[in-house]
Ligand binder design. Structure first.
Ligand SMILES: [Zn+2]
Length: 357
């Protein structure tokens, strides 16, 4: 891989390659963008481009020299990635503390050993606590000339203003569905139709799409949830309790066990599962609405289920019901976040979603 092939981040990667090609790389960079959008991937490719032994004229890494390969395997002595320990990036990760390996900032006075630069990547700069943030601040103020920092964070407001002011910010955007689909087909060898579904669910975050691709059980679960979704439009009002139970069971990760739904009907884990399952229902109704608005050939998230989508639309007496159902799902999502009883809430939800005559 190289900077130029990071999915859907052409603006950010072009800026970085231009810095390198002009030999004008800011020593402290802050990569800002939502989770899974490609910040850490880009940071690693940027580090490769900085220390590559035979860099291209466009400021990208060769991908084959010793430095590139050692970074790819995470074994380069001068390129370090620091992820939080639990909730926080802690002092001992920066400065040596008894009982821990030497802190990363401890090495700053020493020149790099195998590359022209030392690159330090903080994967989650929003997790610095006050103590570690203040400590990093001193390093950011006057880094040695051979040190480059890359901090990654979800938003500028997630890091202390004092850190923000010492870094050059690079913004990462949501990647397009087309770009993510292409990436999944080329790098994960997934059929185009399925790749497009995963891309649609990833909300512009290639990292999320790749995680979905690596988790076949999530794909199986989504199929089960879509089966329930399809049954909604065929269900008489009296069958909505059963649908609610099937939905809760399909929402659980792994194989549902008998009686599970009622036992953990209101707990936090079940709500998290329901929240993810709700995404599938929303995507289903988005497809129904697409057909209502744009006709039978509308572009769909679940293109492989087009005949089921068309059938479900026909079973709604009024097309407006489809839009109302999407609204109902959004209301349900808010209630769920406010600790509503999951069992009761899903029963009310299904009663509202089944078509009225
Ligand atoms: Zn190289």
């Amino acid at each position: 891989m190289a900077l130029a092939s990071v999915i859907g981040q052409e603006t950010a990667t072009t800026a970085l390659r231009t810095f390198i090609a002009r030999d004008a790389v800011p020593q402290s960079l802050l990569f800002v963008g939502s989770e899974g959008v490609g910040k850490t991937t880009t940071a690693v490719e940027f580090a490769k481009a900085l220390v590559c032994k035979s860099r291209t004229t466009t400021g990208d890494a060769c991908d084959v020299c010793a430095n590139c390969r050692r970074i790819d395997t995470g074994e380069h002595p001068d390129v370090k990635r620091i992820a939080p320990d639990g909730e926080f990036t802690r002092m001992y990760q920066l400065w040596s503390r008894t009982g821990h390996a030497p802190g990363i900032l401890e090495s700053l006075p020493y020149a790099p050993v195998a590359a022209p630069k030392r690159v330090i990547i903080f994967e989650r700069a929003e997790t610095f606590n006050d103590e570690s943030a203040n400590s990093l601040l001193k390093a950011l103020e006057e880094p040695p000339p051979y040190v480059n920092f890359v901090l990654c964070a979800p938003a500028p407001s997630a890091v202390l203003p004092t850190i923000l002011s010492r870094c050059q910010m690079i913004r990462f955007r949501q990647a397009s569905t087309d770009a993510i689909t292409k990436g999944l087909v080329e790098l994960k060898n997934i059929p185009a139709e399925e790749a497009r579904v995963l891309a649609a669910y990833s909300e512009g975050a290639p990292g999320k799409a790749f995680r979905l691709a690596d988790a076949p059980e999530i794909r199986t679960q989504r199929e089960a949830l879509l089966d329930v979704a399809y049954r909604i439009a065929q269900c008489p009002p009296i069958g909505s309790f059963r649908l609610a139970e099937d939905f809760r069971n399909a929402a659980k990760p792994g194989k549902p066990k008998k009686g599970d739904a009622e036992e953990d009907g209101g707990d936090k884990t079940a709500r998290g599962d329901l929240g993810r399952a709700l995404e599938v229902l929303c995507a289903w109704y988005a497809d129904l609405l697409a057909v209502v608005l744009r006709g039978a050939d509308a572009p769909l998230i679940h293109a492989d289920r087009r005949s089921a989508v068309l059938d479900a639309v026909k079973r709604h007496t009024h097309p407006e019901q489809v839009a109302e159902n999407l609204q109902t799902l959004f209301t349900f999502r808010r209630h769920l976040a406010r600790n509503a009883n999951a069992q009761l809430a899903t029963e009310v939800l299904m009663a509202k979603l089944v078509p009225r005559s």
